[in-house]
Design a protein around this ligand. Sequence first.
Ligand code: ADP
Length: 178
Amino acid sequence: MTATIEVVRGDITEQAVDAIVNAANSSLMGGGGVDGAIHAAAGPQLLTECQALRRDRLPNGLPVGKAVTTGAGQLPTRFVIHTVGPKHWEYPDGGVEHLVSAHRNCLAEADRVGATSVAFPAISCGVYGWQAADAAPVAVTAVRESLGRFPNISLVRFVLFNDDAYETFRSEVAANPS
Ligand code: ADP
């Protein structure tokens, strides 16, 4: 079965899918942007789980491009998959391969925990400095190419917080319908 890739304008904390992706930072200790919104909506349980991860498995934090899963506290989803996008200014090409890895590894985590529907924010498109116009083709292509390896995942939803990013991701998905 071919998975559906859809694009909505909205708040990722309100998405009733199996898993939502958090554009976190390496510390996993919360931050601004979507990370702050997810922690605020999930409640303190999420930070407690992230602290346990740091203590037990990730003493040096989560590396860029990797992904790790926690529960979701009070969010209307089962899992939060935390990933770290590239900071655009740190790489000559913005860190394309890391952005690809972040998407691919999030889907691998979703598959591992049995999530069949996953919502992504525009990873790296806030404080980390990517333009949505540059990130959208990378993100959409990475998801499309990865989905072939994870046949149990039936829905990927990109959730964009502003009109510009929404239009950019929408036209990227529409340009190559699956
Ligand atoms: P990064 O550090 O990876 O750049 P940010 O959180 O700064 O992450 O921004 C990533 C994207 O998430 C931005 O496009 C921002 O507008 C968007 N965003 C912020 N809050 C939310 C939210 N509640 N739901 C969905 N997207 C959000």
